[in-house]
Design a binder for this molecule. Sequence first.
Ligand code: DC
Length: 231
Amino acid sequence: MENGAARTAQPVIVAIDGPAGTGKSSTSKAVAAQLGLSYLDTGAQYRAITWWMVNNGIDLDDPSAIAAMAGKPEIISGTDPAEPTIAVDGLDVSGPIRTQEVSSKVSAVSAVPEVRTRITELQRSLATSAEKGIVVEGRDIGTTVLPDADLKIFLTASPEARAARRSGELKGSDVNATREALIKRDAADSSRKASPLAKADDAVEVDTTELTLAQVIECVVTLVEEKRAAK
Ligand code: DC
């Protein structure tokens, strides 16, 4: 700091990636809320475009049909961590995007390069316009969407822990069926050609299997504060 001038807080960009059920959403929202940052759930955007494709009768076995429609729906994400929103063509779809049908089809839609290009543009524009900074959660944020993020976190957990958490969220669901569905989705997300689920070389890996949510949040908040202090 020169001549004792007050230092203006620089926006901080945090990328949190990892497979389903590792606590990405709960952690990202809480970290953003605690630090006064915006929050973006990129999985919700892929779910929203998938919901639109299903609703409009697009043949999801045909990547060229998906590609041709990738630019059609208007997708708007609200980035307040206290009340994140997702709308397609003006309609609130936060409920419909969480159905089993959308979950089982989202990997096929999100593997299409034209879909990724479209959604990546939205993500970059939201990230760069967040005044105080943003926590962006997804699968390819540290590797592809925001490779210059100030901090990259990669969350992992055992398949058993992930399935147990997801079953808890989807009340009444069978834990074995949830585990199988998660493993199948992770395999598809990790093996696709276009920006697969992957840990960036410079990401900090946090295994959440034995940690409580509060512990994971504390760990990430500390890492962000360290980065901010060093900026
Ligand atoms: O985080 P989620 O489970 O709601 O994500 C749903 C799907 O969206 C996930 O199976 C893969 C896709 N996705 C992606 O391809 N890239 C991202 N950055 C985020 C999600």
